[in-house]
Design a protein around this ligand. Sequence first.
Ligand code: HEM
Length: 181
Amino acid sequence: MKGFIFSYLTDYVEESFGLALVDELLTEIDLPSKGIYVAYESYAFSELVALVSAVSEKKQIPLEDLLEGFGRFVFPHLITRHDYIITDYSNPLDLIAGIENHIHIEVRKLYEDAELPNFTNVLQTKNKLVINYTSQRELAHFAIGLIKETLGHFNKQGSISMEKLTNQDHTTQFTIEIHEQ
Ligand code: HEM
C-alpha cells in the first residue's frame, strides 16, 4: 500500500486516540519501514494489519470498527487528492458502480503498483446497487466506511448490508439501497 495511505492511518489514530498512541505504536511494533512513510513508495500490507491490530488490542475496539472508521476518515482525503476523477458523478451508486471500470483504473495510471481490489457489479437500479468486492486483503469493513462516506458526499441516506459469499474466495457482497428523501 502507498505511503500516503499509511500517513492517513497514523493521522486517523492521532485524531481518534491522540499522538501518544501513535508514538507508542511506532516504538513498540517492529515495522520494516520504522513508521517513516514516503507518499508514493509502497509498503507491505502487513504493516497496516500490525498497526490496526495493535490499536484494536490496546483500545479494546473491534478491528472491524477501526477499519470502517478508517474508511470514513480516508474518503474525503482520497477524493480531494484525486478530485478530477470523480467530477462527473452526480450520485453515489454510479460512483460506486464506477470504481472497477473507471475510478481504480485512473488510480492505476497514477500508481502502477497500487494494490487494488476487484469489484463486480451484480445489479443496479435507480436506488439499489448489488456489488461484489473481492480482495485477498479482505478489507470489507474499510469498504463499508468508504461507501458510507460516498453516500454522505452526495447528501444521501441509505442502508448497506454485507454478506460474505461462501462460493467465491475472498468475496463479500454489498447491497446498497438509497432512501428517497
Ligand atoms: C475517487 C475515489 C477513489 C480513489 C481515488 C481511490 C483510490 C484508492 C487507492 C489509492 C487505494 C490504495 C492502493 C494502494 O495503496 O496500493 C485504494 C484502495 C481501495 N479502494 Fe479505492 N478509491 C476511491 C474510491 C473507492 C470507493 C468508493 C471504494 C468503496 C468501496 C473503494 C474501495 C477500495 C478498497 C476496499 C481499497 C483497499 C484495497 C483492497 O481492498 O484490496 N475505493 N483506493
